[in-house]
Design a protein around this ligand. Structure first.
Ligand code: ZN
Length: 283
């Protein structure tokens, strides 16, 4: 497939995770430009080498080594599904809008604007020398990423969280198509999982200024049930889990043709695992 951008600038404004009303100006960008976020603190290329987990999300370091933009994973997932490779995103704060916790509004705003450029997008069919697949595991934990060579793309997610045992083990596999992303993943909101006796994640979020992680933008569990209505019946968590993993995958400077499985991983693990995959891959 050829690389893609948008046909003309698009403006999108909404509240960010800190509840700050944020303007985003999305500008077409030339081939091989990649995705760049520009905040009042500086510009950052969406690349695995610049990624770090901060404020419960994937953040990006700018040229000065400092984090200049935060919680970019939902936007990156939407751009990945839209097959947009090159885009400059200018923000009036250091976080892009979170909307209703989902990326439906972003997909709707950009869907008709995508244009193909002349140059082919880099695609890799990886294999791993001496092994039949790549595997990356957390030390002493159940998190893992595996990647198996294949002729097509699939990203499977397995959600099974100790703070939401009532949700059980949930799985979803994305086939890489925009149509399935729109129906199955784009509406899924972030999960805030609270223990029965503590609201520490809320307190931690408040300490980080993330006042917009609430019932209007997130699926909340408290004790043995969901506090607010789940979209998709009970399996909204794994759908958002897969969306977050697509956002992480978008940090690689090429598309992978292989079968990926993320089990119980978090942002920090994703960044570490994809960095290892990026360095260990054989073409
Ligand atoms: Zn998320």
């Amino acid at each position: 497939m050829k690389q893609g951008t948008i046909d003309k600038p698009v403006r999108i404004s909404d509240r960010n995770p800190r509840n700050v009303f944020t303007h985003a100006l999305l500008k077409p960008a030339p081939e091989d430009y990649g995705i760049t976020f520009v905040s009042p603190y500086g510009g950052a290329h969406a690349h695995i080498d610049n990624a770090v987990e901060k404020t419960f999300g994937v953040s990006l370091r700018g040229g000065n080594g400092k984090v200049v933009v935060r919680v970019v994973e939902h936007w990156l997932a939407a751009l990945y599904a839209l097959d947009i490779d090159n885009l400059r995103i200018e923000l009036s704060s250091d976080m892009p809008p979170i909307f209703d916790g989902s990326v439906v509004k972003l997909i709707t705003a950009l869907k008709g604007r995508v244009v193909r450029q002349d140059k082919e997008r880099p695609v890799k069919n990886p294999h791993w020398t001496g092994r039949d697949r790549f595997g990356f595991y957390s030390r002493g934990g159940p998190d893992r990423l595996t990647a198996a060579p294949a002729q097509d793309f699939a990203l499977a997610g397995v959600f099974n969280h100790p703070k939401a045992p009532f949700a059980g083990t949930q799985a979803y596999t994305w086939d890489g198509r925009l149509e399935s992303f729109e129906t199955d993943l784009a509406p899924a909101r972030t999960n805030v999982l609270l223990n029965r006796f503590t609201k520490i994640p809320f307190l931690a979020a408040a300490a980080l200024g993330l006042h917009n992680l609430n019932e209007s933008t997130s699926l909340i569990s408290y004790g043995n049930r969901w506090e607010n209505e789940s979209r998709y019946g009970g399996d909204e968590p794994v759908r958002h889990f897969v969306l977050d993993r697509i956002g992480a995958l978008a940090l690689l400077p090429y598309r992978l043709r292989c079968h990926l499985t993320f089990e119980r991983t978090g942002h920090s693990f994703d960044i570490e695992a994809l960095r290892a995959l990026h360095s260990e891959i054989s073409w």
